[in-house]
Ligand binder design. Structure first.
Ligand SMILES: [Zn+2]
Length: 219
């Protein structure tokens, strides 16, 4: 579903689907953020096609963090469409170390694809859009948030949710860092759509600000 100019959001609400929300940034250079589990890819690719986007035109798959429920399907896009998988350099260090054990821990195969690109904090300039990448550790050491100021969208992965925040008790989690990261993101201007890794989106500038206030008050 289109939630902002050139931004498609694919939330998963069924209790039977343990999957994350996915976001697609459209335009000549398409980016799929957090494609989710492999088992769900046929459904997600159908939904993308229904929105008029050819899934094979996705050439960059960006992960907010390396947990399997966000990234397992990425290797399918690499194998089938030649897409490049990317995460932050800090998250890649974690992924190459203890992060990979999450896959076997969840009973999943170790990914066969590879991380072909790292995206560090700072401005990510593509031919058709300019994105701001923020390193926001807490849920994992190299978690990132992605801000597209032009359309008012902030993609937070598992940093912050509607009335909640990501757990910090997994390996690589840091309860102090998550407060600092959420505080930092709460200060961004130009956020009218908050797209979280799980649960509903938060729509509207006032609601987004309220949500940050509520979450920070609870932390
Ligand atoms: Zn996670």
């Amino acid at each position: 579903m289109l939630v902002a100019q050139s931004v498609y959001y694919y939330p998963f609400t069924s209790a039977f689907q343990n999957n994350c929300n996915s976001v697609l940034l459209d335009g000549p250079e398409k980016i799929l953020i957090d494609p989710g589990h492999k088992f769900n890819w046929p459904k997600l690719s159908q939904m993308i096609a229904k929105d008029g986007i050819d899934p094979s035109s996705i050439k960059l798959v960006l992960y907010t963090h390396c947990h399997p429920d966000h990234m397992e399907a990425g290797e399918i896009l690499e194998t089938d469409y030649g897409a490049v998988q990317a995460m932050s350099p800090e998250e890649k260090v974690f992924y190459d170390g203890p992060g990979l054990s999450f896959f076997s821990w969840m009973g999943l195969d170790i990914p066969k694809g590879h991380i072909g690109r790292t995206v560090a904090e700072g401005r990510l300039e593509l031919s058709d859009k300019v994105l701001d990448i923020y390193l926001t550790p807490g849920h994992s050491p190299g978690s990132i948030c992605l801000h597209w100021p032009e359309v008012g969208v902030l993609v937070t992965g598992d940093l912050v949710f509607a009335r909640g925040w990501g757990r910090t008790d997994f390996e690589g989690g840091d309860s102090k860092a998550i407060v600092e990261s959420i505080t930092r993101m709460s200060k961004l201007a130009d956020v009218s759509t908050l797209l979280c890794g799980h649960g509903p989106a938060v729509m509207g500038e006032t609601r987004v600000a309220d949500n940050f206030r509520h979450v920070l008050a609870m932390l």
